[in-house]
Every structure is written in structure tokens, then in C-alpha cells.
Design a protein around this ligand. Structure first.
Ligand code: ZN
Ligand code: FE
Length: 264
């Protein structure tokens, strides 16, 4: 018999805007759900109706409008706690969070662990629920967020923390950027068979209008150039782009991030 019986949970995917994903999480068979990064209130309200669920918490990863834009409208319908990064300006934030905090959702029996992941923004946080990571715009499937506020050192450190999680961790990122990201991954590593295979799989998923998220950490470690700065093949490609030797993983990461920025 197991020592503890973890509550089962389910995740519902809500596509929003052009390429955002909003997530509903809740204990299986519970009428309550929490929403993660509701940038747009309308698809959230529609999904709550569709699944017959009641909102009882809002969780935010960072302050960008495509992640927070629905907070006010959702609060007008139901006044619920708003969890988010302590270091950022989040509307109606009731529970500021930092590294090591645990969120225990009322009526859920679910616990989420907070991981600080500065880089995309200076206060960005991720939420770990058992083996599911809700990582906003820090790690993407095949890519990572742009460095709007943080340094390459910070983002590299944040991604290292994610890389150290168990390999079966499910990666729930906030955007459907996978196809574009893998095109770049192929430029960095044209001879990596895992990237080629993933690119073919993702292309066929997208042709059928299927989400490529969640991904798993094990797949990211094999195919995501932003988690592969320690690999000689990635360092050599980055050195060719930079035109000079790169003597640290951070320098490789910074160069690969800059390389992709020049192509977007
Ligand atoms: Zn963002
Ligand atoms: Fe975003």
C-alpha cells in the first residue's frame, strides 16, 4: 500500500489568441478548477461552462498581458485568490509567491511548488504539480522565452533548475511555438536524429491542428538547443555563429539565444 495517496488531477487545455495556451487544473471529479495565466477571459469562461467547473483560484507565471489580461473580468464573475510572482506587478495579486513556497488550493487537495525562473521577466515563476510543470514563457517545447528583463546568466540558471527535474516531467508551456522552434533547432544541430524525428512528428500534429504541448523533459533534453549548451555539437555551432571561441555554458546559451533572435 502506498504511504500517501496523491489526489488525481486533470488538466484542460484552452487555446487563446493566436498561439497561447491557458490551463485549467483540478482534482478529478471535483467541481473546482484553478486557471493558469488567463490572458483572455472569454475562452476561460467558455471552457468552465463546457466542463461544468467552477473557478476557485487564479495562478500567474509573469506579468505580460497575454498571461494576466483576463484577471479582472474573471474576478468580477467570482472573487477568487490570485497567486503570482512577488516581484512583479500583477493585478489583484492576493498571494505573492517566491521560490520554495507551496500553494495549497482550497477544495482541491492539490499542492503546487513554486520555482523562481527569472530571465524572460525578472520575477517569472513556474509551478510544479507532481510531475507537471507549468512554466509560462520560460521553457518552450523546443525553445525558450526571449530575455526581455533578465540576463543570459539568470535564464541559463533557471533552465538548469528545470533540467534537473525528473525526466518524465510534463512541460506545460504557455505558447504553441514548437514547429518554429524546431526549425531553429535543426539549424543548430542539422545532424541530430532526435530533432529530425520530432520535427516530423510536430509537423504532422500541427497539420491536424493538434497541440504539441505538453511535452516531456526527456524529449526537451534531447532536442531543445537551449537545454543543450553543455553539448560539444551545440557549442561548436554557437562558436561558428559567434566567430570566436566560447568558454562557458552561459556564453554558449547567450549566443544561441541571440542567434535565434536574429532570425525571428
Ligand atoms: Zn511573456
Ligand atoms: Fe506569453
Amino acid at each position: 500500500m502506498p504511504d500517501t495517496i496523491l489526489p488525481m488531477f486533470e488538466v484542460h487545455t484552452i487555446p487563446a489568441f493566436n498561439d497561447n495556451y491557458i490551463w485549467l487544473i483540478g482534482q478529478t471529479d471535483s467541481p473546482f478548477v484553478a486557471v493558469i495565466d488567463p490572458g483572455d477571459p472569454e475562452p476561460v469562461i467558455e471552457a468552465l461552462r463546457l466542463h461544468g467547473k467552477q473557478l476557485n483560484a487564479i495562478l500567474i507565471t509573469h506579468h505580460h498581458s497575454d498571461h494576466i489580461g483576463g484577471i479582472r473580468t474573471l474576478l468580477e464573475r467570482s472573487p477568487v485568490p490570485v497567486y503570482g510572482p512577488a516581484g512583479e506587478d500583477i493585478p489583484a495579486l492576493s498571494h505573492p509567491l517566491r521560490e520554495g513556497d507551496t500553494v495549497t488550493l482550497e477544495h482541491h487537495g492539490l499542492e503546487l511548488h513554486v520555482i523562481d525562473t527569472p530571465g524572460h521577466t525578472s520575477g517569472h515563476i513556474c509551478y510544479l504539480l507532481e510531475n507537471s510543470l507549468f512554466c509560462g514563457d520560460t521553457l518552450f517545447a523546443g525553445g525558450c522565452g526571449r530575455l526581455f528583463e533578465g540576463s543570459p546568466e539568470q535564464m541559463h540558471h533557471s533552465l538548469s533548475k528545470i533540467s534537473a527535474l525528473p525526466a518524465d516531467t510534463q512541460i506545460y508551456c504557455a505558447h504553441e511555438y514548437t514547429e518554429d522552434n524546431l526549425k531553429f533547432a535543426r539549424i543548430v544541430e542539422p545532424n541530430n536524429p532526435d530533432i529530425l524525428a520530432r520535427q516530423q512528428q510536430v509537423q504532422s500534429q500541427r497539420q491536424q491542428d493538434l497541440a504539441t504541448v505538453p511535452s516531456t523533459l526527456s524529449v526537451e533534453l534531447k532536442t531543445n538547443p537551449f537545454l543543450r549548451s553543455s553539448q560539444a555539437v551545440v557549442r561548436e555551432a554557437a562558436e561558428r555563429f559567434a566567430g570566436h571561441p566560447l568558454n562557458s555554458e552561459v556564453a554558449v546559451f547567450a549566443t544561441v539565444r541571440h542567434w535565434k533572435d536574429t532570425l525571428d
